[in-house]
Ligand binder design. Structure first.
Ligand SMILES: CC(C)(COP(=O)(O)OP(=O)(O)OC[C@H]1O[C@@H](n2cnc3c(N)ncnc32)[C@H](O)[C@@H]1OP(=O)(O)O)[C@@H](O)C(=O)NCCC(=O)NCCS
Length: 143
């Protein structure tokens, strides 16, 4: 297994598109139509491309995180690391990088939603100092 230093982080670039879609398909599998990978990516890139971060190992995309900031709270989405690249600190670096970008925009707090049964991701975020908060999560779909 190659070591962590062979993984480089950066903002999404056009040539990453296929790799990002492949990674999300591997990690997230089935999706709601509103999360169709290429449409999701296109919407986000049109709105705020600077907060789409990728981890690359050579030409291969092995990780992503998507940040958002609306002037009130920062949000994290689509944190994903390829199964073959896990437990090497890639997600830790991606979250640190998107936290820096959000902080630079003046963001005072970051939230994220994760399914309650996704214990691995909850364990990961707790490791980084995120706390489980007792909130009801409401949503309304337009698509
Ligand atoms: C969660 C995920 C992003 C972690 O990626 P990663 O690069 O392997 O994480 P890191 O190597 O930075 O892990 C840092 C620490 O987090 C904790 N951690 C990471 N994965 C964990 C797991 N599966 N179970 C328990 N703790 C875990 C550990 O404390 C780990 O440190 P250690 O390896 O020294 O024990 C990755 O497993 C993943 O992509 N999971 C599925 C994606 C997903 O469901 N995303 C949520 C979308 S909201």
């Amino acid at each position: 297994m190659s070591n962590l230093s062979s993984v480089a982080l950066g903002r999404f670039e056009a040539q990453d598109a296929d790799g990002v879609v492949a990674l999300w398909t591997e990690v997230f599998g089935a999706y709601h139509p509103s999360n169709e990978p290429r449409a999701y990516l296109a919407r986000k890139l049109a709105y705020d491309p600077e907060l789409v971060l990728v981890a690359r190992e050579g030409a291969r995309v092995v990780g992503t995180v998507v940040g958002g900031y609306d002037g009130v709270r920062g949000w994290l989405y689509h944190l994903a690391v390829a199964v073959s690249a896990r437990r090497r600190g890639v997600a830790t670096r991606l979250v640190a990088e998107v936290e820096r970008a959000l902080l630079a925009r003046g963001c005072p707090k970051i939230n994220l939603q994760v399914r309650g049964d996704n214990l691995e991701v909850i364990a990961f975020y707790k490791h980084l100092g995120y706390e489980l908060e007792e909130r009801a999560s409401l949503g309304k779909r337009f698509v």
